[in-house]
Design a protein around this ligand. Structure first.
Ligand SMILES: *[C@@H]1O[C@H](CO)[C@@H](O)[C@H](O)[C@H]1NC(C)=O
Length: 206
């Protein structure tokens, strides 16, 4: 009996649905960063909504949310086409999976609750800035509850389905979000630093 374990024994790389899921996972943050930065530079969405940046931001929020549903659908479809593994098909793995999905969703929903729709969905790029930094739950647990909660839910689904391919796609989610955060955090920080400089300049002018 061979004891060597190859990734290709655990994951069926010939399934196109696997690649499609990986592409949709990478597409979403790429899409919202390109759109949001373009909005920041040109206000093209706000102009599309007759100058109403609140409406424009809600439109982007609905688009991002819908893309998330498509991504989740493609992920679950990919998992259904993948082999299971006995180690992941135990009751314990299933319970841990459900717990991860529940905890991940609590992080996502509570951070949306704390930030509001425009605070969650890139309102800063539209010029809708938060008055204060939100520091309460879930931001006292993690500074990126949306991303971490979403990653936990991906891992949870992989365990509930008992599919090693899901664990692999979760690693991909983690990497994609890491790149997205490295790209977004300095940009958002600069938007707020700019407001701070403008406030200071305003005070001096008085
Ligand atoms: C975070 O805040 C919540 C609610 O304010 C509190 O119950 C919880 O203990 C806090 N957690 C940490 C790690 O500080």
């Amino acid at each position: 009996m061979s004891s060597s374990l190859k990734l290709s024994d655990l994951v069926d790389f010939d399934q196109k649905t696997l690649l499609i899921s990986a592409l949709s996972i990478a597409f979403n943050p790429t899409f919202w960063n390109i759109v949001a930065r373009r909005e920041y530079r040109t206000h093209f969405l706000t102009r599309l909504f007759g100058g109403n940046r609140q409406a424009a931001c809600y439109f982007l929020a609905a688009t991002i949310f819908s893309l998330g549903l498509v991504r989740d659908f493609l992920y679950e479809r990919a998992l259904r086409h993948q082999p299971s593994h006995p180690l992941l098909s135990t009751d314990a793995a299933t319970y841990v999976g459900y717990a991860l999905i529940a905890a991940g969703n609590i992080l996502v929903v509570s951070s949306t609750w704390a930030l509001g729709i425009t605070g969650t969905f890139l309102g800063d790029y539209f010029g809708i800035l938060m008055d204060h930094m939100v520091t309460g739950f879930p931001f006292n647990l993690t500074d990126a509850p949306m991303y971490n909660g979403s990653t936990m839910a991906f891992l949870g689904s992989a365990l509930v389905y008992g599919k090693p391919a899901g664990v692999l796609l979760t690693v991909w989610v983690f990497l994609v979000y890491k790149v997205a955060l490295a790209f977004e955090n300095p940009f958002t920080a600069e938007i707020y630093a700019k407001r701070e400089r403008a406030r200071k300049a305003g005070k001096k002018a008085l």
